[in-house]
Write a protein that binds this ligand. Structure first.
Ligand code: NAD
Length: 352
């Protein structure tokens, strides 16, 4: 048996359809009296609704969250929180909004309640990211970990089909890499397998009927478990590639994960037999890489990096950037391996 360390994060999870109404009780539980509600401009209506539920505990709404947390957005939100005397934040939305909450917490220590409306899993991690002059700085800090996460699957009924499918595969990617992470543990292996099983079962149904409440609840349950995997382990080649593709080439986060994952799985799983076996059980297949590619097709995810706007002349720079940064991976890719993997992902070829 392998040795392990499992360091469970000290956070509270509240889950269930309609549980958004628990928000005032959860804020009171943290002794918050002046809460700033964060959201993107697109989700202002939902944030106003959350503020109305908070009633006298709400101090305002900041509807300026943006993808990859630009430093000026983080500074504006932090100033706003200071001006209104906020003693905590509610981040209601996807990874971008939760990322803004984390940036405020990093700067000020204000507690955050996260109310996720996508499957990004950011709410379960102490990873923060702030983008300045085109470069995303990231780090881990316990101070940014949300104190409470409130999962209400009803809030995901309006998640657009395209984002729903890719965001779900983004979540699966966390669990796949947790299965072969150097710091995985027996609990994380259980979380990962069950998280993948939930999402793989639910996503095809949500693609057919986005308002299928049972499927939405199962998908969100899966994304919680997969997010916990991301928070507890070190990610490998897949996340490194997606970080470069998103950070340097500005490719969309979730869609990039959906395209790249089957190719990395095909490369890594022959060197990770325990992860391979868990994925076979979770996906009900003997060929997980192809099953992941098929899942992408079923949910309508893009198939190639070319579709996302990457040029094939960009591939050498990505190979060099990824090889230049050390990371744990079950199989060490050579220059040629990485080039072949990226070429296949770029054209949308069958993973091999
Ligand atoms: P997002 O938060 O950028 O959301 C995309 C769009 O969808 C936004 O306009 C948002 O308002 C809208 N939206 C979200 N939920 C909706 C819903 N239920 N109904 C209708 N519209 C909805 O997308 P994302 O993929 O959740 O997050 C991506 C960002 O999160 C990236 O910046 C990524 O780096 C970060 N991330 C961070 C971590 C971490 O641990 N720090 C983990 C995963 C992702």
């Amino acid at each position: 048996m392998n040795a392990f360390v499992h360091d469970a994060p000290p956070m509270r999870v509240v889950f269930g359809p309609g549980r958004l109404t628990d928000l005032p009780a959860e804020a009171a539980r943290l002794d918050l009296h002046r809460v700033l509600v964060l959201c993107t401009p697109e989700q202002r209506e939902l944030a106003e609704h959350a503020a109305a539920l908070l009633g006298p505990l709400a101090a305002g709404v900041f509807a300026g969250a943006r993808m990859h947390v630009p430093a000026d957005t983080a500074a504006a939100a932090h100033d706003h929180a200071g001006r209104i005397g906020a003693d905590g934040c509610v981040a209601i939305g996807g990874g971008s909004t939760i990322g803004l909450g984390k940036a405020i917490a990093l700067e000020s220590g204000l507690p955050v309640i996260a109310v996720p409306t996508t499957y990004s899993g950011s709410e379960m991690t102490s990873i923060w990211g702030i983008t300045e002059a085109g470069r995303k700085r990231t780090g881990r800090d316990r101070a940014v970990l949300p104190r409470t996460v409130l999962y209400d699957p009803d809030l995901t009924l309006g998640l657009p089909a395209a984002l729903s499918g890719t965001s779900g595969i983004n979540a699966i990617a966390h669990a796949v890499e947790a299965l072969y992470a150097p710091d995985t543990s027996p609990i994380i292996e259980l979380f990962a397998e069950e998280g993948i099983r939930c999402l793989a079962a639910a996503l095809p149904s949500t693609a057919v009927d986005p308002t299928d409440r049972d499927a939405r609840a199962q998908a969100l349950r899966g994304s919680w478990l997969c997010g916990a995997c991301l928070g507890a382990t070190t990610m490998s080649l897949h996340h490194k590639l997606c970080h470069v593709l998103g950070g340097t080439f500005d490719l969309p986060h979730a869609a990039t994960h959906a395209v790249v994952l089957p190719h990395v799985a095909a490369f890594n799983l022959p060197a990770a037999p325990t992860a391979h076996a868990a994925l076979c059980r979770a996906l009900g297949t003997t060929d997980p890489a192809h099953a992941l590619a098929d899942l992408g097709t079923v949910v309508g995810a893009p198939r190639s990096l070319a579709e996302l706007g990457l040029r094939d002349t960009d591939l050498p720079e990505i190979v060099n950037e990824v090889l230049g940064q050390p990371y744990a991976n079950p199989r060490t890719p050579t220059h040629n391996d990485l080039e072949a993997l990226l070429r296949a992902a770029h054209t949308g070829a069958t993973p091999r």
